[in-house]
Design a protein around this ligand. Sequence first.
Ligand code: PEP
Length: 259
Amino acid sequence: MKRIYLGTNLKMYKTNRETVTYLKELTEKTAALRCPGLELFVIPSFTALPEAVEAAEGKIKIGAQNMCWEDAGEYTGEISPRMLKTIGIDLIEIGHSERRHKFGETNFDVNRKVLAALRHGFTPLLCIGETEADKTYGVTTECLREQLKIGLYGVTGEQARRVWVAYEPVWAIGVGGKPATPEYANRSQQVIKDTLAELFPDNGGEIPVLYGGSVNSRNATGLIEQPAIDGLFIGRAAWEAESFAAIIKQVLDAGKRNY
Ligand code: PEP
């Protein structure tokens, strides 16, 4: 069965209580929509994770927004894989554009986190995407390939089975971002899929590649209908349970695949 991946990163917006309310509402509103092929996930703040896991009741996958590559040590302010393991989550977002561009994370840092996540049995959600400048100078393909080749360096074919990738063009994300056209997104997603197949000849083609960047109820269907888009990673338009549930319904109704 083909799967479809729909999720949101709550960034630094919701308190613990708001996260729990949101998840309870989302669980309720998606009860009739959930199906075996739907991978529904929410990535709240670290502080809300234990309560989020409880509120999601196993019906929505919960992930963390970041993680240190070390198990323990002199890393003030960081969260280790061992700590996340005790919470009972299995998804770790790594290399989001804001981590790279506001906190200076490099592809090499991202790689260490991906390897640590895999070592601890997590699913890393590796986020990549070109900047406006990369697009202007025509180096989008090079940028995406570099982010994948360094980000996934040292990952074995067996481990690759657990990797998810999100393509999020930096110029398309957040307030002031404008969504990529479905055709543009599909072209980049195909570059990513081809690179993954090159890196992991046995199973790279099976790694899910999600699109993110100003997805909303107006463009979700057009995007999910693209052959190289396996799911949507949504920010602002998913932060109200009602609007996220409406997008989920819309995407499932688009019936691109037999979920
Ligand atoms: C994001 O920040 O990863 C994102 C996709 O946000 P938005 O949908 O708000 O552009």
